[in-house]
Write a protein that binds this ligand. Structure first.
Ligand SMILES: Nc1ncnc2c1ncn2[C@@H]1O[C@H](COP(=O)(O)OP(=O)(O)O)[C@@H](O)[C@H]1O
Ligand SMILES: [Mg+2]
Length: 198
């Protein structure tokens, strides 16, 4: 695949729930190393779009190509190099941060999981949270731990559903800076959603 090919191409995605149309012909492309935002008010269909791209639901019509491959035909292969984080999903709250990350590292079959976890804790500046109880983290800390989880499998494409939604403005700004640094260092592509239109 030449470098200029899009990492992700969504073409005329439609999603209907019975007679209700949640997505009505959504098309966009994400280039390698690009960060693209899907912006819209609550109920606009952002999470529905993310769910389609994670294979959690099927489109009524339209197509998705990721890494140059048709999504449904190559779903397993594609999902190996994608990961996801959302302001609205939580890691198991009773586990320590490192335990949570180790569980996911094993699920993803990460080679040398402990080393990878240490690298990510350092990258996200949360080494000091390694032995914290996950359920007691602040919103900003928990966002960064969720990002660490989402980076464990070295994804080429990161899907972030309202990554800064529950954060104070200064912490949200810090997370955005962190994502830019991550992108500069790894060339990862990011598709995020936001209901913040300011
Ligand atoms: N499983 C579902 N069944 C029926 N309606 C749904 C379902 N999921 C989402 N919707 C509806 O689709 C619309 C878009 O929802 P959603 O994608 O969550 O929006 P957003 O994330 O932009 O706030 C909403 O009106 C929501 O009620
Ligand atoms: Mg949503």
């Amino acid at each position: 695949m030449p470098d200029s090919s899009p990492i992700l191409r969504a073409d005329r995605l439609v999603k209907r729930f019975d007679s209700f149309t949640a997505l009505d012909g959504l098309s966009f492309e994400v280039a390698p190393g690009e960060s693209l935002g899907l912006l819209g008010v609550n109920g606009a269909g952002k999470t529905t779009a993310m769910n389609l791209l994670l294979g959690l639901t099927t489109p009524t019509s339209g197509t998705v190509e990721v890494f140059g491959m048709e999504f449904w035909e190559h779903r397993t292969e594609i999902l190996r190099r994608i990961n996801f984080s959302s302001a609205y999903t939580n890691l198991p709250s009773n586990l320590l941060v490192w335990q949570n990350l180790l569980v996911f590292a094993r699920l993803y079959r990460v080679p040398q999981p402990k080393q990878r976890i240490d690298e990510l804790l350092e990258l996200l500046d949360i080494t000091h949270l390694r032995k914290s109880v996950t359920g007691r983290l602040s919103a900003g800390e928990s966002t960064r731990v969720n990002l660490a989880k989402a980076l464990l499998n070295q994804p080429r494409l990161l899907l972030l559903d309202e990554p800064t939604a529950s954060l104070d403005p200064d912490i949200a700004d810090r997370v955005r800076k962190l994502l830019r640094k991550l992108q500069a260092e790894t060339g990862i592509s990011i598709l995020y959603t936001s209901h913040w239109l300011g």
